[in-house]
Design a protein around this ligand. Structure first.
Ligand code: ATP
Ligand code: AH0
Length: 365
């Protein structure tokens, strides 16, 4: 039995896809007890989303401009999302002990000990009257860690009763895996998930993603180009390792010569092969993969993964989790861990020298 009190924490994140602000809630002791609640996604105002998309395409600006107005606007969009969430699911602020506020990643360069998430924790705490934890990744990066992925300890808590080893795969803008086998937790970013494909479909068709992977499934992947993409030292680099959303964009230009369908098929295959390459960095091949993030809705990804891996590949809903809100819940869970001084990351999840606490707490008053 856990000795720690169980509290209600709201977690909020906008991922690298910038497709919306995800808010969810978890009741937890910050350790082994995790009871996920409902979640909601709220879109950024269109102009704000466009501003952010333009910003991440210009790494020098994302790295060094002060971006004060933008950071306020991003924060206010999150505050609005949390307010709407609490109203819609009927949880008053007075019932919430803590908010875990991830913010919006706009630039991530752990090798330079730098990661940037736009978001003002003190503004959230003051506006909502709830203690708020933010800046989750900073202590990790400052001590030489990758600063990502951070969801693995939440995966571990959720997966404690599943047959192991099990692999949890998040297909967001960037892909990441968590390998869990008892006390062994190995995590790392795998490569692009939907980011390259999303940007390609937007350029070619004016659509924000390839619904159900239909276009990719209708084309033929260019094997030579896929092999070229995969001929990248990143895939042999031992874990832990992490990526910026834009890391593969410059190298993926070869698809421009292809038709819409073949280009989509080629980029999708790059994602699949980069996921398969993750097996190079785990001790045993898991007999089950659980897929979370928006990419689990891409039927072409799921079919190809199953064909290549030859084992069960299921959306996380197969074990009762909600693949739209695991990341939001994770930052609620990590906020509680932060206030307890418990580690948020491990040498095997981010490469930190020792299990690393982190996050900064802003009191509501
Ligand atoms: N029905 C669908 N068919 C195909 N792809 C989909 C579908 N629904 C969502 N996606 C993909 O999922 C992406 C969003 O996934 P998700 O919300 O998990 O990303 P994120 O959390 O922003 O990213 P990250 O985990 O990298 O921070 C979309 O950009 C889209 O490419
Ligand atoms: C720096 C950053 O925001 N990284 C994201 C991104 O999106 C997926 C992958 O790359 C993962 O490493 C991370 O997000 C999740 C929430 C994580 O930290 O686990």
């Amino acid at each position: 039995m856990s000795q720690r009190p169980i509290v209600k924490a709201v977690g909020v994140i906008s991922g690298t896809s910038m497709d919306g602000i995800d808010v969810s809630v978890v009741e937890t002791d910050g350790d082994t007890v995790v009871r996920p609640g409902p979640g909601r996604t709220f879109s950024y105002p269109e102009t704000l989303r466009k501003t952010l998309q333009a910003l991440i395409a210009e790494p020098t600006r994302a790295q060094s401009e002060p971006l004060e107005d933008l950071e306020q606007a991003v924060t206010d969009a999150h505050i609005d999302a949390i307010r709407r969430f609490m109203t819609e699911v009927g949880i008053p602020a007075s019932d919430v002990s803590l908010i875990g506020f991830h913010g919006q990643t706009v630039y991530h360069r752990p090798e330079a000990r730098f990661t940037r998430q736009l978001g003002l924790g003190e503004r959230v705490a003051a506006a909502l009257g709830v203690d708020t934890v933010y800046r989750f990744r900073h202590a990790d990066v400052a001590s030489g860690g990758e600063g990502a992925p951070f969801v693995p300890l939440y995966h571990r808590a959720l997966a404690s009763k599943l047959a192991q080893p099990v692999m949890i795969l998040n297909l967001g803008g960037v892909g990441n895996v968590t390998y869990i086998d008892g006390d062994v937790v190995i995590a790392f970013d795998t490569g692009p998930a939907s980011a390259l494909l999303d940007d390609f479909i937007l350029r070619r068709r004016g659509l924000s993603f390839d619904e159900n992977g239909r276009l990719a499934a209708s084309g033929n992947a260019d094997a030579k180009l896929v092999a070229e993409f995969m001929n990248n030292p990143f895939f042999d680099r031992p874990a832990p390792k992490s990526l910026d959303r834009q890391d593969f964009h410059a190298r993926a230009k070869g698809v421009e010569a292809l038709s819409d369908a073949d280009g989509a098929a080629t980029l999708a295959e790059f994602t699949i092969q980069s996921v398969i390459a993750s097996l190079r960095h785990v001790p045993r091949a898991p007999q089950r993969w659980l897929v979370t993030g928006g990419g689990r809705r891409n039927a072409h990804f799921m079919t190809r993964l199953h064909e290549e891996l030859g084992v069960a590949v299921d959306p996380v809903e197969a074990v009762g989790w909600d693949g739209d809100f695991l990341e939001a819940q994770a930052f609620g869970y990590l906020a509680v861990r932060s206030t307890l001084g418990l580690p948020l990351s491990l040498p095997t999840t981010t490469g930190v020298p020792h299990p690393m606490p982190g996050g900064e707490l802003h009191r509501a008053a």
